[in-house]
Design a protein around this ligand. Structure first.
Ligand SMILES: [Zn+2]
Length: 361
């Protein structure tokens, strides 16, 4: 069967639940001055832009997830004590954060199956809570369950032998780094703002251990990095590393908080950059994995700009074009963050060396 179309998994519970107040203070800056930064609208507005643009997205299908994941799925990775503390063994209140977390896990597993069996060309799990800061016995940064890790475990159940995870959220993907630290079958790559969040993680020296040494690749880009640095990172580090590793499944923890309007980081991507990034992972998946590609939604807090970045990703995945314009770029052009400063050049040189040492099958 020829795989066709892009499936977007969704539940209204992702946008409905309240994660309460909390500002972030990092490096002595107030990075998220809005006390309710992890609000439902940050995924609701993405669901809405799909609906408003539906006529221009004939290859995109919305899949509504209505059955939460079983507790055993969560405890296949998470510590039972941590899982119990989230209330997953009790009656889960409808519309609660716990219900949203279980639906998110169900969403990534459902799409993983559709992608693996080639029922769709690729998938985007538009979930909340996010997952890439959640480790086996801890949460953090608005995350609850490790959605990306659980997607990788699902892919393995289905037969994947070598999986790559390319995390382009602005913050370090410590979840999958920890989960697959000594596992040689999962190559975890994270591109994130240097010395940001999670505290104390994300350095280039974290390369995995034992049989998994060399299969964790952190690319901590300097503050202010935009399309120029990200293009160099993909061309010089990510693509060579993935070409060596030759995965049969590509997973992307997809945060939209590296945009230049995002309050949670100091990076400078725009919507056309996100399209370019998505085109790269489509191409990598086609080259190595028969096209098998699943993105799982992570951060992104700039409500006025998120929908445009998301739409460009969905256009790249589906091949559709909505004709919806980015009014910011019409004014500013697409080249305003193409510089690759000396600090980034040094990082690229180091990461090129690490990529050249990624183990081959
Ligand atoms: Zn983030």
């Amino acid at each position: 069967m020829t795989a066709h179309g892009t499936a977007v998994a969704w539940s209204p519970v992702f946008a409905a639940h309240d994660n309460g107040p909390g500002a972030a203070f990092l490096d002595h800056q107030v990075l998220l001055p809005d006390e309710r930064w992890d609000r439902g609208a940050r995924v609701g507005c993405l669901r809405d832009i799909l609906e408003w643009s539906a006529a221009g997205l004939p290859s995109v299908r919305l899949v509504e997830i209505d059955a939460p994941a079983d507790p055993e799925v969560v405890t296949s990775f998470h510590d039972p004590g941590y899982a119990a503390a989230q209330g997953i063994f009790d009656a889960v209140p409808p519309g609660s954060r716990t219900e949203a977390g279980l639906l998110a896990v169900a969403a990534v597993r459902d799409l993983c199956g559709q992608v693996w069996h080639r029922r769709v060309r690729n998938g985007y799990a538009l979930v909340r809570p996010a997952g890439h800061h959640s480790e086996t016995d801890s949460a953090g940064g608005g995350c609850l369950f490790a959605n990306g890790v659980l997607a990788a475990l699902r892919a393995r159940e289905l037969g994947a032998r070598r999986i790559v995870m390319i995390d382009w959220d602005a913050h370090h993907g410590n979840s999958q780094q920890a989960a697959f630290w000594d596992d040689p079958t999962v190559l975890t790559i994270s591109i994130h703002q240097n010395r940001h969040f999670a505290p104390g993680t994300g350095g280039t020296d974290a390369r995995g251990d034992g049989a998994g040494f060399g299969t964790n690749l952190n690319v901590p880009v300097p503050m202010g990095s935009g399309g120029g640095v990200y293009r160099a990172v993909f061309d010089e580090v990510v693509r060579p590393a993935v070409d060596r590793f030759r995965p049969d499944m590509v997973l992307v923890p997809s945060g939209l908080d590296a945009s230049y309007l995002d309050p949670s980081a100091r990076l400078a991507l725009h919507s056309a950059d996100y399209r370019w990034l998505a085109e790269q992972v489509v191409e990598l998946a086609e080259r190595h994995a028969g096209g098998r590609l699943l993105l799982t939604h992570e951060g992104g807090y700039a409500l006025p700009y998120l929908p445009l970045c998301f739409l460009r990703i969905i256009e790249a995945l589906s091949g559709d074009r909505t004709g919806v314009d980015d009014p910011f770029l019409r004014r500013w052009g697409t080249d305003f963050a193409r510089a690759v400063p000396a600090e980034a050049r040094e990082l690229l040189a180091e990461c090129r060396r690490l990529a050249a040492e990624v183990p081959e099958p």
